[in-house]
Design a protein around this ligand. Structure first.
Ligand code: GTP
Ligand code: MG
Length: 402
């Protein structure tokens, strides 16, 4: 089957319309469809019926006449606007940006939780729209099956959807509780969590692979990663858990953020976040979007800003607190690791302990709390160079060498 061809209507409302248009092309390709062209339209005043002006629509209708295309309005439309634009374009299928993003998420969802989350977001988006469609259909008046039975069918559909939303919410709540327990357990462990967050397609999964060797899915596409995955890795013998997360995008549909909130919040419940940006892209806007999204998510952990894809940047000119890397070539990773340890330095104490043999039983009970770097034995005991989580440091006080 030929892939769906999509033509973009790009409203020109703010100065970043070109970037939004480029993103729409990337979204179309990420959804497995084909980009067919763009029409730009200055919107000084929104037309409540069709959003953009009717003159422009007539012009577009002529241009697209006879072509088998879907039209993407790169913004959010009300149900009746969708219907009116479709009518003006001779019945062409019309979708908006949210519908497209939800479609990509549906395509990518793999874990059962991810699937539940996407379905919930889709239904919540659809639900008020079905009502709109019903009204719009009855306003059309006439035509067999559009009014009475049509409405009834829609009412039944709406009841089903409401029930399904309820079930999904309940099942997600259960998953959340299980996850909360896991996070609790992890906190008791000595392993510290580092979360990879940032704009979509900046190289978060590539960095996870570079640091942990994990076999992860990376792709030059938007939203390649949906389900957070985590892998253990070590820096100087100290183990960490690195968690990958779903990427952000400006104007992400509200329902989507809501649906993914709990998964994200649990990943963001970390000791440190690495905010990954595409150093060769529009990194300032990426960072801004990311920080704004994080703000809405009770995020309060320390973070490092990581400029990735530095192999594509001739002469990097970033603020000096940013860490430059190329996850693909492995460049800058040693520095990144040092910066991670430095950012977490209050979490750990480096110490050399001396354990007389007479006290080895006592030490054995505590030993699993620390990370041993080097151990040497002499006639009366052993010397241990260790990194101790700060919360446990006090328990080793007696063993510490001055
Ligand atoms: N040139 C260059 N390309 C990179 C680098 N790191 C990642 N990429 C490419 O960027 C694209 C996106 O990488 P991913 O690791 O999938 O990005 P992501 O942030 O996980 O993306 P999402 O999961 O979609 O949010 C892939 O084509 C990578 O090969 C890098 O350091 N240099
Ligand atoms: Mg990814």
């Amino acid at each position: 089957m030929d892939s769906e061809k999509i033509y973009i209507i790009q409203p020109v409302e703010s100065e970043d319309y070109r970037i939004l248009q480029e993103e729409a092309v990337a979204l179309i390709e990420s959804a497995g469809a084909e980009y067919a062209g763009t029409i730009y339209q200055n919107v000084r005043e929104v037309n409540p019926a069709t959003y953009i002006g009717e003159g422009k629509l007539a012009q577009l209708s002529e241009r697209l006449d006879g072509l088998d295309l879907t039209v993407l309005f790169n913004g959010e439309l009300s149900p009746s606007q969708t219907l009116n634009i479709s009518k003006a374009l001779g019945g062409k299928k019309v979708i908006d940006r949210t519908t497209l993003i939800l479609d990509i998420f549906a395509l990518r969802a793999e874990s059962s939780e991810g699937k539940l989350q996407v379905e919930l977001a889709q239904l919540k988006y659809l639900y008020p729209r079905l009502k709109g469609k019903g009204e719009a259909l009855s306003r059309l008046g006439g035509g067999i099956g559009t009014r009475g039975p049509g409405e009834t069918k829609l009412e039944t559909d709406r009841r089903h959807i409401r029930a399904r939303i309820h079930t999904l919410e309940q099942r997600l709540r259960e998953t959340e509780q299980r996850r909360a327990l896991r996070v609790e357990r992890r906190k008791k462990d000595k392993v510290r969590t580092i979360a990879l967050v940032g704009y979509t397609n900046t190289g978060k999964s590539t960095l996870l692979h570079a640091l942990t060797g994990a076999d992860v899915f990376t792709q030059d596409a938007l939203f390649a990663t949906l389900d957070p995955m985590s892998r253990a890795f070590e820096i100087e013998g100290v183990p960490f858990l690195l968690v990958d997360t779903v990427g952000f995008l400006r104007n992400l549909p509200h329902h989507l953020i809501e649906a993914f909130r709990s998964t994200l919040e649990s990943a963001l419940n970390c000791e440190l976040a690495l905010i990954v940006c595409d150093g060769a892209g529009d990194y300032e806007a990426q960072l801004k979007t990311t920080l704004e999204t994080l703000q809405g998510m009770n995020f309060s952990s320390p973070y490092l800003v990581v400029m990735n894809k530095c192999d594509l940047v001739g002469d990097p000119d970033f603020p000096k607190e940013y860490v430059c890397i190329s996850a693909k070539d492995g460049k800058g990773l040693t520095n990144l690791k040092a910066r991670i340890l430095d950012a977490l330095k209050d979490e750990f104490v480096r110490a050399t302990l001396y354990v007389p043999y007479a006290r080895s039983a006592e030490f054995a009970r505590l030993r699993s709390l620390l990370f041993e770097r080097k151990t040497e034995y002499d006639d009366s005991g052993m010397s241990v160079e260790a990194i101790i989580p700060a919360i446990h440091a006090e328990r080793f006080r007696d063993f510490r060498k001055i």
